[in-house]
Ligand binder design. Structure first.
Ligand code: SIN
Length: 311
């Protein structure tokens, strides 16, 4: 494609959307095998859409790494700076999509659309949802004025820093409670419900340092019978930060509360989230552990990682 022709870039990273199973009835035992060009070829309506493709990875997103985030971020920064790139679509596994989307929105906050999409069923399934999701993602990426990191699945457009996987198996697996989707894509038509994301970018320079030197950040969930030696072990192992996903409105088991005080005394940075499927921790002033502003513990971990990277 000539450099000056306005076009989309599709970056493929694997996931169920690229999955191939032995039978059309098998929705769980598959491998990510379909390449970027095959994903596009499976959607006849994309035939006339000017698009370049890049295969950045071919992975199950449970294995997503900081190294891939670094490569993805630097690739995106370079591509989005090109005048002829109108927007980007990223195919991704559903399992960590909310983490990648949050990371990219906070680091790049792009003025062009960067649309993540995925599928809950492999490409070989009777119920394959990947082709429609990919078509909808392209529709969003081509929408004049669309901007920011977005996630398009099941006909809904979610903000990258709000989206979360809410169901392990059903086709309509994503939400962005409590605010809800930014837009809907129905029969190829986009209906916008809320403004596109506008955040301030931290900047890609933040993630240029070798990933081996990135802060070590984990997340622990409070639960009945919590064994505080887990957090003590994280301190001893040299973790720099831990997100504590509390019960309900961010309450912590007494054993974890004591361990949290010891950890902060030792210099570890803690942030409080909730293990509830929706809602944030309310009542920040009364907390011994500072409250994360994110929607899920998964995104709280990424927020803390970025906070420590920026120090
Ligand atoms: C993955 O996250 O790579 C596997 C699960 C999925 O894409 O639905």
């Amino acid at each position: 494609m000539a450099n000056s022709t306005p076009h989309l870039l599709l970056i493929a990273t694997g996931g169920t959307i690229a999955g191939r199973a032995a039978s059309a009835q098998d929705n769980v035992a598959y491998r990510a095998e379909l390449g970027a060009a095959e994903l596009v070829a499976a959607v006849p309506a994309l035939a006339g859409v000017p698009m370049r493709t890049v295969q950045l990875a071919q992975m199950d997103s449970k294995d997503m790494s900081h190294a891939i985030w670094q490569a993805l971020t630097l690739t995106l920064a370079a591509e989005l700076a090109r005048e002829d790139v109108a927007g980007v679509v990223i195919t991704h596994g559903t399992d960590t999509l909310e983490e990648t989307a949050y990371f990219l929105q906070r680091v790049l906050a792009p003025a062009k659309p960067v649309v993540l999409t995925a599928a809950m069923r492999p490409a070989t399934s009777l119920q394959a949802d990947g082709p429609q999701n990919l078509l909808d993602a392209v529709t969003v990426a081509r929408t004049p004025g669309a901007r920011g990191v977005l996630a398009v699945l099941g006909g809904q457009v979610h903000a990258g820093d709000e989206v979360r996987k809410a169901d392990s198996y059903c086709l309509q697996a994503f939400d962005s409670a409590p605010a809800g989707p930014l837009a809907l894509v129905e029969e190829g038509r986009l209906t916008q419900l809320r403004p596109w994301p506008q955040g301030k970018a931290l900047g890609e320079a933040l993630c240029q340092r070798p990933v081996a030197d990135w802060p070590r950040v984990a997340w622990l969930t409070s639960h009945a019978g919590f064994d505080a030696s887990l957090l003590d072990a994280a301190v001893a192992a040299g973790f720099h930060g831990v997100v504590l996903a509390g019960t309900g409105n961010g309450t912590l088991h007494a054993a974890l509360e004591s361990a949290a005080a010891r950890a902060m005394q030792a210099g570890m940075v803690l942030r409080l989230s909730t293990r509830c499927a929706s809602g944030r921790v309310v009542g920040e002033a009364a907390r011994a552990v500072p409250v994360s502003t994110t929607h899920s513990p998964a995104q709280a971990r990424v927020a803390l990682l970025l906070e420590l990277l920026a120090r």
